[in-house]
Design a protein. Structure first.
Length: 263
């Protein structure tokens, strides 16, 4: 059996990325709608409905409106969803049902290059969706610039992190229905308890410490800081955590996919 360690990845992985881009261009209208409409739905629901009940909250010593607090968190959630679902459901369909991976493996591409192209494409989708979503949210005056521009490259880093963990699960689930387990046990808890809809200070101390393990917590902290115009040394810890997460799960994803596909 081949092993993914050490793995050889050349620039040929961009061929996989480009193939997915061509498919995306054919369905861009459908892909364009979720990041366009989602922030509008959330901002109306929370800005008009829940914000009236919550009022202003204190974050990092500043008093901000609730809608101003959750707006950058919506971008972080969007980054997670786009990369994770692209490299779970979409990659599984290409691998198992469409046999696209088999066709690409018949070319000079090796498996690490195929998987790298898939993960980088998931990160690119996160970046595209973030740019769209950020434009909509900016129209409400909820993002400060120029620091807000940093969210676009951050989306790519976050996309690599969540795309890698998504591909890792793709390498271990037996059927497409089993993706319900990582969504229920991994994605949903992050959606709720990563400082997205309320400050982490409201949680018990043990829950706050547990939240620091979740990559979405660090992504939310970074998007919120860039949205608020805050640049401080403490953000390097969150950036470093996301980089470390990529360095761990990126090779693990390739390893698991190679164990699954190459006998």
């Amino acid at each position: 059996m081949s092993t993914a360690f050490p793995m050889h990845i050349s620039r040929r992985f961009m061929k996989v990325w480009h193939r997915n881009l061509i498919v995306y261009q054919k369905t861009w209208k459908i892909n364009f709608l979720p990041p366009l409409l989602e922030p509008l739905f959330y901002l109306v629901a929370f800005g008009v409905g829940l914000a009236a009940l919550v009022g202003n909250i204190i974050y990092e010593g500043f008093e901000v409106s609730y809608v101003f607090f959750i707006a950058p968190a919506l971008i972080a959630i969007n980054i997670m969803y786009n990369a994770f679902f692209e490299n779970t459901y979409a990659s599984f369909v290409r691998m198992y049902y469409q046999r696209t991976f088999d066709a690409m493996m018949a070319t000079p591409l090796n498996l690490p290059e195929v998987i790298t192209g898939e993960i980088f494409w998931g990160a690119t989708k996160s970046m595209i969706a973030t740019a769209i979503m950020q434009t909509i949210i900016s129209a409400f005056g909820l993002i400060q610039y120029p620091t807000g521009l940093l969210m676009v490259p951050l989306a790519f880093l976050g996309g690599i992190a969540f795309g890698s963990i998504g591909m890792f699960f793709t390498g271990i689930v037996a059927t497409i229905e089993m993706f319900n387990l990582p969504i229920f046990l991994f994605v949903t808890p992050m959606f709720l308890f990563s400082g997205t809809f309320f400050p982490l200070d409201n949680l018990p101390m043990w829950a706050q410490k547990l939240a620091t393990i979740l990559p979405l917590t660090h992504l939310v902290k970074l998007t919120r800081a860039f949205s608020f115009g805050i640049i401080e040394a403490g953000l390097l810890w969150s950036i470093g955590y996301l980089v470390l997460f990529c360095l761990v799960f990126f090779p693990l994803a390739i390893y698991k996919m190679e164990r699954r596909l190459i006998k």
